[in-house]
Design a protein around this ligand. Sequence first.
Ligand SMILES: [Mg+2]
Length: 209
Amino acid sequence: MKKMAFIDMEGVLVPEIWKYISKYFNIPELSVTTREVANYQELMNYRIDILEKNNIKLEQITDIIHNLKPIEGAKEFLEDLHLNKKFEIKIISDCFYEFLNPFFPKIGISSQNAYCHNLEMNENGLIEKVKYSRKKGKHEIIVKYQKENNSMKDSIAIGDAFNDFTMLHLVDHGFLFQPSEEVKRNAPIYFHTMQSYQEVIHYLDELRT
Ligand SMILES: [Mg+2]
């Protein structure tokens, strides 16, 4: 039987991309997160507005993202989950293919195994809007797999923030990876907080014994 691992990208496998963009272009407003603006779509409209005001094009952003590295050990962690622990890995991210594409080869995952959103550009190369690939949340992807008759038994999900909660609820083992204090405080008690990839692997090893 297939065991699935649904894994978030930013904050779990790769660094926070907006923080980096904010620092690189020296625009502090761009580091605002869903902690300050709870509604993600509102937050994205705000970010797109700021980029437009500063005339920062999508290509400039993807250029700098190419310099970013995944979190150390991310690729090996995924290999371990797949080869030794026999998980089928699916990435579920509220980020965009346009931003994440450079990372997929670096973590050894095909973009076909990732569920993200898309960005639309205008004729000047500025980001115009987000084309959202789901309406409600990350759980929609897990429900899709359930409907296709995959058992979710022994499946896991790993995320670091509020937008990961709905997917962590739907699996047998939901992991919060290095969450902020605020995220941890608001998380259900049955989510497992993990500080490292090794801790996740150790937890899974213990299950088998
Ligand atoms: Mg995240």
